[in-house]
Design a protein around this ligand. Structure first.
Ligand code: ADP
Ligand code: MG
Length: 245
């Protein structure tokens, strides 16, 4: 794939002696939507955190939107502007209002005026269906609302790529749907490249172009969602699916 927006080539990473990513190869096309699943501890978070350099790989190449990830701080800065990330625990600033959480990055990093940053913030709060919460503090919101703020906050930076790391796994069951609905709309309307670690099969079937299964630091299997869930090939994939289904 010559036009890949993300390319991992034979990527290896260790935590001390522990070989956490083993010869990972992955190419993501612009606009592609990928769901990553696999057992706990298989390296899913580590892999996506390497894509925006929250973690460092030791061998192989990671190229994001034409820029290779090295220790060059300028390159890391360039990539972080292109890549938004949403975590399991929303990571909002608790002492700032929702609106302030959303305008901080655009004002300080993108050098937008307050008026422009606030207009953009309100646009995305509407998109995640909570414009009425703009002046509250994160602690006054439900988990589902906080996660939607976190998604809106990423979108305010106009990333080309969005990374999601189990965005619904810390939520009470009744809030999972409202967050997934927002993500489905985002996937369908934005054409943005998305990588999402999740075990939400319904979401994967609805939006993913490709599902990737990781186990023990390796990509073991990948396929379209229907083929992946309906006829997994690898024994480890079958075992995993039998446990989550
Ligand atoms: P997953 O997201 O698939 O659950 P992770 O990428 O979080 O897996 O972790 C993969 C493995 O690496 C786990 O065994 C975990 O304990 C270990 N690990 C994760 N982060 C660190 C770290 N900062 N230092 C040492 N080991 C880590
Ligand atoms: Mg994880």
């Amino acid at each position: 794939m010559s036009d890949a927006i993300i390319r991992l080539q034979d990527v290896n990473k260790w935590y001390g002696q522990f070989h956490v990513l083993r010869h990972v190869n992955l190419e993501v096309a612009p606009g592609e939507r990928i769901v990553i699943c696999g057992p706990s501890g298989s390296g899913k978070s580590t892999m996506i955190r390497c894509i925006n350099r929250l973690e460092e790989h030791q061998q192989g190449q990671i190229i994001v939107d034409g820029t290779e990830l090295t220790n060059d701080l300028k390159q890391i800065e360039t990539i972080r502007k292109d890549v938004g990330m949403v975590f399991q625990h929303f990571n909002l600033f608790p002492h700032l209002t929702v609106l302030q959480n959303l305008t901080l990055g655009p004002m300080w990093v993108l050098k937008k005026s307050r008026a422009e940053a606030e207009a953009t913030a309100m646009k995305y709060l509407e998109r995640v269906r909570i414009p009425d919460q703009a002046n509250k503090f994160p602690g006054q919101l439900s988990g589902g609302q906080q996660q939607r703020v976190a998604i809106a906050r990423s979108l305010c930076m106009h990333p080309k790529i969005m990374l999601f790391d189990e965005p619904t796994s810390a939520l009470d069951p009744e809030m999972v749907k409202e967050v997934l609905d927002v993500m489905v709309t985002l996937a369908e309307e934005s054409g943005m490249t998305m990588l999402c670690v999740t075990h939400e099969m319904g979401f994967a079937r609805k939006v993913a172009d490709r599902v990737i299964f990781m186990d023990r630091g390796e990509i073991i299997e990948q396929n379209t969602p229907d083929a992946f869930f309906d006829s997994p090939q690898n024994e480890r994939t079958k075992l995993f699916l039998s446990q989550i289904l």
